[in-house]
Design a protein around this ligand. Structure first.
Ligand code: PEP
Ligand code: MG
Length: 296
């Protein structure tokens, strides 16, 4: 790892035939930023904002969130930081949300579905994010998307939040990118319709695998039926990449599969623009990218 770091530090992630790609890091708390910088990641491709909610015994305030987001953006000093709005529910339960116990939580009220049913929680997070946007290079990403109408509603709320900030004389960055996670088969299948609505896609292979193969990611008994390289998953990713590029939208992968270097070449051939992995895998993936030759 140390040798790899010395070798790769400051170098571009470029394949032998000259294709540049971004290798970013996934984090789930401010404490992880040290590891991101240490491993020389090009940015943060997934900041799981859940920690703010999981750490607290009540909803984190706009102020608390603003300071956390500002800190991440400032620490990354202009490098891209993609913050995902809350993905509570299913495997991440928080008491004070007062969510009902569900028979099938992975198929229930989680992530964006909570945000759209309880817009006051969503607005608070979006206000904090847009306020923080002036301190760096922010992208905001929405989880568990399944439809065009969800994205329309999200974008309408973003516009309202921005108008509200403007009327209060609070600054935000117009360069803030808006993206969605492709982590349901529905989103991948209608990615041609979703792409024109956003700036980027990020494939969440953990959930995309769970929902495509109908295997609960929490259930160890189902594990033997989880083929992470299943053709259905790879086809959905490829289809999303094609639809992204047809619309001038960039596409990354932020699920665990992004760190699987036996697939690096496959992903690059699909045209994936960014791979976001846990900080400890950043160097390994950068090394794999630099050894890939797409001209063959
Ligand atoms: C995913 O589903 O692949 C993902 C990156 O999100 P999470 O693991 O937080 O659900
Ligand atoms: Mg997910």
């Amino acid at each position: 790892q140390k040798k790899l770091l010395q070798e790769l530090k400051g170098k571009e992630n470029i394949t032998l035939d000259g294709t540049k790609i971004n290798v970013f890091a996934n984090i789930s708390g401010i404490d992880n930023i040290g590891a991101v910088l240490l491993n020389d990641a090009g940015g943060i491709g997934l900041f799981r904002s859940e920690f703010l909610y999981l750490e607290n015994s009540d909803f984190p305030t706009e102020e608390q969130q603003f300071h956390a987001y500002k800190r991440v953006l400032e620490s990354m000093a202009g490098k891209k930081v993609i913050i995902r709005t809350l993905d509570i529910g299913a495997d991440k339960q928080v008491d004070y949300f007062g969510l009902k116990k569900e028979e099938n939580p992975a198929l229930g009220l989680r992530a964006i579905r909570i945000c759209l049913t309880r817009p006051e929680i969503f607005r608070t997070q979006l206000r904090a994010l847009f306020r923080a946007s002036v301190y760096g290079n922010l992208g905001i990403m929405f989880p568990m998307i399944t439809s065009v109408s969800e994205v329309e509603r999200i974008k309408a709320i973003c516009e309202e939040v921005k108008a509200e900030l403007k009327s209060e004389g609070i600054e935000y960055s117009d360069k803030t990118e808006i993206g969605i996670m492709i982590e349901t088969p529905a989103a991948a299948i209608i990615s041609d319709r979703l792409a024109p609505m956003v700036d980027f896609f990020s494939v969440g292979t953990n959930d995309l695998t769970q929902y495509t193969l109908a295997c609960d990611r929490q259930n160890p008994d189902a594990e033997e039926f989880v083929d992470t390289h299943h053709e259905a998953i790879l086809r959905l990713i490829e289809m999303s990449a094609q639809n992204a590029h047809k619309n001038g939208v960039w596409i990354g992968i932020c699920g665990e599969l992004a760190a699987d270097t036996t697939l690096t070449e496959t992903f690059l051939r699909m045209g994936i623009d960014e791979l976001s992995v846990s900080p400890t895998f950043v160097l390994k993936v950068r090394d794999a990218v630099r050894k890939t030759d797409l001209s063959k």
